[in-house]
Each structure stands twice: as structure tokens, then as C-alpha cells.
Write a new protein. Sequence first.
Length: 407
Amino acid sequence: MDSDTFRWLLTDDGQRLLESATHAYVDHAGDPIRSAAAVRKIESDPDRAAAALTQVGLRAKGVAKFGDDAVRMYFTPDALEQATRTRVAAHRAARLAAADPASVIDLGCGIGGDLIAFARAGLTVAGVDLDPVRVAIAEANLAALGLPGAVQVADGTTLDLSGFGAVFADPARRGARGRVFDVEGWTPPWSFVTSLLARASVVKVAPGIPHDLVPASVEAEWVSEAGEVKEAALWSSYLATVRRRATVIGTGGLASITEEDDPYDGRERPVRALGEFLYEPDGAVIRAGLVTAVAAGVDGGLLDEHIAYVTSDASFRSPFARGYRVLETLPYREKPLKAALRERGIGRLTIKKRGVDVVPEQLRRRLDLHGEQEATLVMTRVAGEGTALLVQPFGQGTESPGMPLIR
């Protein structure tokens, strides 16, 4: 979709076509062929018809990230894929707004997802992007949601940023050949990112960023939503409060844990024998290197120094870990394991593994179970030895760390 076609969609005729395309999409249950045929009966221009139907499909897909806002917004396929989920963006915006900058500029604003969050947090916002279509879409999205903000086509690396209270950047980490792992291959490159971090700024990066790449005095925050790690954010020294943070966003709200919550930070890791309960830390906690903070929060220790499983004799609910009651230890070798599971009538098996050479899908097929019972099996190492644990999940709560499980 080019800029002219997109701007036509914003006209009265374009809006009527979008409405018709929406009805066609709903009437034909999202079937692309029948929906397209219906739209082409209304609009003879193939580019305009395709653009309208594409927007309807992207809006439906965008609900997962933007909720009800998506039905009023505009997207491109790649920009929607790259956009930050609403709750993650809202958390970042609220945290930045708490620092009370006069304004924020988004370098590489895309279709404006983060601009929307910043504006809703009460910040004065501006955005720039090299892609004129994305700039036009960002501008339209702000207008569609009734939010103020200025957007223009520009190269953020060439701008004088001194007039802004804070800077946000989300470097592109994909090129024509796919994901770019060399940080100097990002757009803008890592050298520019580090220059931004010398002032009040926050930079969104990939969750896999190595800890030793994070500059001194910069806070790295790993964020997960609904159990999936979404991003890491680097907060410059002007905005940082700790060195490492894990933020978990769940159905019950948001919780953060930092190295200040970890009595073992920089000390020997607490390894102990298997207890009655097993805890699987959230991915953001693992990325942030705060597994031992979870161990401290549940009065427990690690099953193995190098594996992110925590064990304890006490039951807790924590937003930072999924909890399991350990029912029994089963044989680790496949043949006796299969016999033990069949003996217990288990036919539906969830297999979780960490630190062992097991492919759950392949193992499940080889076990060939047909019982009526459902179970969860954890394959891991205990004291360096391969171990199979039959466990019972008791859920991931939203209470504060250390709140006992009510039995």
C-alpha cells in the first residue's frame, strides 16, 4: 500500500469502502476469497479494494495487541507484527510519565503504538519515521483515537533532540534477510543507542540482549505478558532505579522484582535437595537473572546450580513463578518411564523440560499413552542427574511474593 492509496482510505469514499469491506469480512466469516469478491463488486480499483480488505483483516488480527482500539486503527502487516502490545506499552509509558519529562520523541514510531501509550499517559508526544506510509498511519491512528501528537518523516539519528525531555527508540532488528543479531546492524545501530542512553531515554531491545552489553548505570528491564517474554527495555541513568528488573503482566495486574529483592545476588547460588514443591520462574525473571530472588521468596533453593527450577518445602503463590506440587519421582529412562505412566492410567501428558536433551513432542509420541488420566511431567536434572518428576500444577497467582497458598 502506497501513501496515496492510504490517504484515499481516509476520505469519505475510502471510509465507506472500509465499512463495506468490514461487512463483507464478517458476512463471509473472514474467508479472504469470498470477502475479496464481495468488495470488488463495490470498488473497481484493485489497489483500493485490496487496501480496504487488508485493513479489515489486520484490524481483526490487531485486537490481540490493541484490544477494542484495533477496529479504529490502521496497520501494515509488518508494522503490526513489530508493534508493542498495549499493556506492555502502557506500563512503559506510565513509568516514563512518572519521571515527569516535558515531552517525549519516538524515533522510529512505526504505526504509532507507543505514541498512543505515551499520549494516554499524559505526555506531550512527537514521532518520526523514515517510512512515509508508517508516518501517515501513525498520524491517522492518533487522530482516530482522539489523541494529540505530531508525526513527520525524518531520520531520527540526524535530529537535534535537545528540546525533548525524553527519547524513546525501538531499533529495527530485522533486515531483508531476516533477524539481525549484530547490534551494529540494527537501525539505528548500537553506537547510536548508547549515545541516546547518555541522556534521559528508554530503548526497547530484544529480550535476548546479553547482560554484559548493557552499559554501566543503565537499568535493563525484561517484561512478560501472559507468561511470554515480550521485550527488554533499557532505562538510562536519568530514569533507572536498579540494574536489573523483571516485570510480569498478568490477568491480575503487574508486578516487578529486582536484584534488590535477591539476597543471593553476587553470592553463591542456593542449591538444595528436592522438596515438596517445584517452582518454574517466569521467562522475564530468568532473562533478568533473578531466579535466586524467586528462590528466596519461596524459602527455597535451586535444584541445580545451572537450571532455572526452584524447589521448596513450602507452598506459595507468586506472580513470578508457576507452582507445582511434586507427587513422585518416576524413572528417567524411557522404557521404565513408559511403564510407570501406563500403570497410573495416564493418557494426556504435558511434558516440561529444562537442562536435559529431551524433545517433548517426540518423547510424547514414543510413550504412546492411552489412559484416561491427565498429568504433568517435568524432565530436568537434580544434583546433576537426569530426573523425571510427576507434578500437579496449582496455578500462577497474582498475589504478592511470599503469600502462602490457601489449601
